[in-house]
Design a protein around this ligand. Structure first.
Ligand SMILES: *[C@@H]1O[C@H](CO)[C@@H](O)[C@H](O)[C@H]1NC(C)=O
Length: 294
């Protein structure tokens, strides 16, 4: 009793065969496999549920609380991407954020994606912002050209010595170049953690705060999967971040490809609804990175 026996030796042989063949031919184990390998819950355990064996999570926002999670490590340069399915239907007043942050008070570096909910049928807005050496106030807004609640889409932050690029699927929606040579700050000396939160911000999120959250629609759910962080963990090998052979520093990633540049122009022409660079009431003098960064 308790010992595993096989009715005939062939079954054992085919099982062994499968262990050798089935497993070795499965695609390289997608990395990282589970949420808990790279992340921890930072806000309201009860509102983050692991699903699919921990390979995906569900975030919940209700009248009691929102929730949040963070990477266990910080990283200096690299590429972070996640597949996210946002709140369906009436999500006005909710904000889902996915960002990197140096967690330092005064000279904070931060790279933000913020998804601003909307009334049913109205577009979800993605706000991006870049803090470099403590200064932010660089908001841009793009209305998504698809319903981000119908399917998972990939949201990526690419950060190397040359630029920061925010991608929605294969489309770059924002580029912040390294123009340090012209005295423009660029985040490059502080490692950043990876964060995400889901919370209520109906005082500003949707149509400037006019559209309030409808709690009769709560709880609100968003889903995340395929957590992928490739970067130099800190603490880690001290030479990692300066190694120009890291794939994300390679020639193909030092500027947008022709195809990416075409997509980027398409987004800016057709889907961009706000750019601090052209907000004269806020910035009578055009910020230097807007002049140099083109
Ligand atoms: C919400 O929908 C309105 C109306 O279509 C649109 O003007 C706005 O940009 C959308 N996004 C937000 C965050 O208000």
């Amino acid at each position: 009793m308790g010992t595993l026996t096989y009715p005939n030796p062939n079954a054992a042989v085919s099982l062994l065969f499968c262990i050798l063949v089935c497993f070795s031919f499965s695609p390289a184990w997608a990395r990282p496999a589970t949420f808990l390998q790279d992340f921890r819950v930072t806000w309201s355990d009860a509102h983050i549920k692991q699903i699919d064996g921990g390979r995906a999570i569900q975030l919940v926002l209700d009248q009691n609380s929102g929730c949040g999670f963070a990477s266990k490590s910080q990283y200096l340069f690299g590429r972070v991407s996640m597949k996210i399915k946002l709140i369906p239907g009436d999500s006005a007043g909710t904000v889902t954020a996915f960002y990197m942050n140096s967690d330092t008070d005064t000279i904070r570096d931060e790279l933000d994606f913020e998804f601003l909910g909307n009334r049913s049928g109205q577009p979800t807005t993605v706000q991006t912002n870049v803090y470099a050496h403590g200064k932010g106030d660089r908001e841009q807004r793009v209305n998504l050209w698809f319903d981000p609640a119908l399917d998972f889409h990939t949201y990526t932050i690419m950060w190397n010595h040359f630029h920061v690029v925010f991608y929605v699927d294969e489309v770059p929606i924002r580029v912040y170049k390294n123009n340090e040579g012209r005295g423009i700050p660029f985040p490059k000396s502080q490692p950043m953690g990876v964060y995400s939160t889901l919370w209520e911000a109906d005082d500003w999120a949707t149509r400037g705060g006019i559209e309030k959250i409808d709690w009769s629609k709560a709880p609100f759910y968003s889903y995340y999967k395929d957590f992928d962080i490739e970067g130099c963990p800190v603490p880690g090998p001290s030479t990692c971040a300066t190694n120009t052979r890291n794939w994300w520093e390679g020639a193909a990633y030092q500027q947008l490809s022709a195809e990416e540049a075409r997509r980027y122009r398409w987004v800016r022409m057709n889907h961009m609804i706000y750019d601090y660079c052209t907000d004269k009431s806020r910035y009578p003098v055009t910020p230097p990175e807007c002049v140099a960064g083109i």
